[in-house]
Each structure stands twice: as structure tokens, then as C-alpha cells.
Write a protein that binds this ligand. Structure first.
Ligand code: DP6
Length: 334
């Protein structure tokens, strides 16, 4: 077992968590899936870029049946990655990220065959990498029969993509930023409160790849935005208040906090140099429609991530009315 001060790289974390476990695959072929998640209080900025350690806590809601399914097998001649029925070229960024992650775990020359199916648009700000890495960690846990606890699975998923540590769980989830340099206290866990009425619907405005990935955008914001210094206090306040609002099942309050948290994140990145602006004219039009609907008495709020698409937040009993205002809404309740 490594001492905390010896844990500096992803590989160190893997060696630490798997110290007494086998690195020889026990099964030949496994299948796993994980839900996508949308943050109501966002993760934006790292204190450690190697280990994906965040500056702040964040809080999310899982998207039920929308997410990733991964089948993983070994013993092939070459590595291969198939995404949504298409075999990816060696230079494809999704393939590179997936194999970089798998390389943290393999000790012999076994080759991986990965078949990933996303039920959510890939790389258009719909957190497909979060569900993808969480599903990959579940698959590895089965393949090697490690039987890891949920905290360890969450930490391993975080190494693939920060927000993936939240996709290890269903429902409302909090990711504790932690303070230690080795990140062993930076993991997600379920909030412990069920709120089955809470819904997120998707307004898909563009399925194009992001013009700048969230990883690079986050770094640029931390390094250049003069507004970033206000972000940690903002999130701390929002996380505290939203947890109280969730405990009270006060939907309007949850929606208000989620909306202002997303807008503060976007304002902070817009102030970067060069600026980061994910919005399209249609994004702003959609925001205005949400505000108009609210003025007319509909309890609906929005959030946005690293892309132009808009996610609507509402309660299940309002879904019919939300669909009247937003017929293009993609619902996520199955
Ligand atoms: C805007 O988890 O994709 O969706 O850790 O660099 O892989 P990396 O970033 P990623 O960032 C997600 C950012 C966000 C907010 C959130 O999900 O909390």
C-alpha cells in the first residue's frame, strides 16, 4: 500500500486501490452500464489536473435510463473501440481517452475490445464521458472480479473524467471535493434522499462536437478568468442552500439555485482570455422561453453545461405542461 505522499499519478491511485487484487482477467466478456448525470451545482476547475481533483464540491441528478452501456472483452489481437456501432480510428479522441484509461489497469499484453453504446449524444455537452467512464469501471470490476466498494469505484471513475465519479450512482449525488493531495477523500456518494418527481429534460440545439472541450475550458477559466476567485464561495453557498432545499423538497428553490449556479459558471468562463462562449443564439432564445413560461406560472428552470444545449428542470406532474411549452423536449424518465 502506497503512503499518501507517494500517490501522485493516476497509476499510483490504481496501484493503491488495487494493491491486494488480481490484475489477471477472470472473465472473458462483461457488460455494464451507468447513467449520465447533470450537475445542479457544477464542477468547474481543478486543484490537481492529473488526478481530476476539483476545487469545489458538486451535486448532480442521474439521468435514469440515458447513459452508456459498455461491453468489454479481452484476448484479441489488437485493441479496438467501437462507439455506437462504428469502429473508431486510432486517432479518434474517444478511442485515445478510453485506451489511455484502460492502460492504467492492464499489466500483461492482453488486448481490449470495447463496445460502447451511448444513449445520449456524445460530446455535445451531455456528459457522455461521465457515464462512459463509470460504466468502464463497473466493467473492469467485473472482468477482474475485484469486488471494489462504491467509494473506490467512484475514485477510479474520477481518474477518467471528474464528473464520472458521480455517474457511479443513481439519483441525487454529491461529489466531495476533499482536501488531501492523493484524492482519497474526493469521491461521490448518494445524497440519501429520494426525489422521484424531480426530472431533467433535454433541449437539443446542436449535436456537434464542442468547439473547446470542458477539460481545456476549465483550465483556461482557472488560469485567466478574473471572476474565478469568486467561484469557490459561490459554489459553497449554492451547495449548502440546495441541500436544504432538497431536504425540504422545495422545488422552486432547487430550480432557482441550479439556474443561478449554471449562469455563474458560464459568466465566469465568458470572462476568460480568450473568452469561452458555449451559447448559440438558440441557447439564449431557449432561456428566454423558460423565463416567459415561468412568468406565466409554470415551475420550470434550466441548467447548461459545456455546450449550447439547455436542460430543463421540472417536477413529473408538470411534464405535460412543460411539453406544451417545449414540444421538442427529450424526456429522460423512460
Ligand atoms: C460543465 O467531468 O467532463 O459538465 O474532469 O476534465 O473530464 P474532466 O471534466 P468533466 O467536466 C464536467 C463539467 C460540467 C459540470 C459538471 O458536470 O459538474
Amino acid at each position: 500500500m502506497n503512503k499518501p505522499e507517494d500517490i501522485k499519478t493516476k497509476r499510483d491511485v490504481v496501484d493503491h486501490l488495487l494493491s491486494h487484487r488480481s490484475r489477471h482477467p477472470v472473465r472473458e466478456n462483461v457488460n455494464a452500464s451507468a447513467p449520465a448525470n447533470i450537475a445542479l451545482c457544477k464542477y468547474w476547475g481543478k486543484r490537481n489536473t492529473e488526478l481530476n481533483l476539483p476545487v469545489t464540491d458538486s451535486l448532480s441528478l442521474a439521468l435514469g435510463h440515458l447513459g452508456s452501456n459498455i461491453s468489454l472483452s479481452m484476448g484479441h489481437k489488437n485493441d479496438s473501440v467501437v462507439l455506437n456501432d462504428r469502429e473508431l480510428k486510432p486517432t479518434d479522441p474517444f478511442r485515445v481517452r478510453t485506451l489511455d484509461f484502460l492502460n492504467l489497469f492492464r499489466e500483461n499484453q492482453d488486448e481490449f475490445h470495447v463496445v460502447a453504446q451511448n444513449t445520449i449524444p456524445t460530446a455535445a455537452g451531455f456528459a457522455s464521458s461521465a457515464s462512459g467512464f463509470a460504466a468502464l469501471v463497473f466493467a473492469l470490476d467485473q472482468l477482474y472480479q475485484w469486488d471494489l466498494d462504491q467509494r473506490s469505484l467512484s475514485i477510479l471513475a474520477r481518474l477518467g473524467s471528474g464528473s464520472a465519479c458521480r455517474s457511479v450512482f443513481e439519483g441525487l449525488v454529491i461529489w466531495h471535493a476533499g482536501t488531501s493531495d492523493d484524492g482519497m477523500d474526493s469521491y461521490a456518494e448518494p445524497l440519501g434522499q429520494q426525489w422521484p418527481e424531480l426530472r431533467i429534460g433535454l433541449i437539443i440545439l446542436s449535436e456537434e462536437q464542442k468547439y473547446i472541450g470542458s477539460r481545456a475550458a476549465m483550465l483556461r477559466t482557472v488560469e485567466t478568468s478574473p471572476l474565478y476567485q469568486a467561484w469557490p464561495d459561490t459554489v459553497e453557498r449554492d451547495i449548502n442552500e440546495i441541500q436544504d432545499a432538497i431536504a425540504d423538497t422545495n422545488f422552486s428553490k432547487v430550480g432557482r439555485i441550479a439556474e443561478r449556479n449554471a449562469l455563474t459558471m458560464h459568466a465566469t468562463m465568458m470572462a476568460s482570455d480568450p473568452p469561452i462562449m458555449y451559447w448559440l443564439p438558440d441557447s439564449l432564445r431557449t432561456i428566454k422561453r423558460v423565463w416567459n413560461a415561468r412568468d406565466e406560472g409554470l415551475d420550470v428552470f434550466f441548467t447548461m453545461d459545456a455546450g449550447p444545449n439547455v436542460k430543463l428542470l421540472y417536477e413529473a406532474h408538470e411534464q405535460k405542461h412543460v411539453l406544451e411549452y417545449f414540444p421538442e423536449l427529450v424526456t429522460t424518465d423512460g
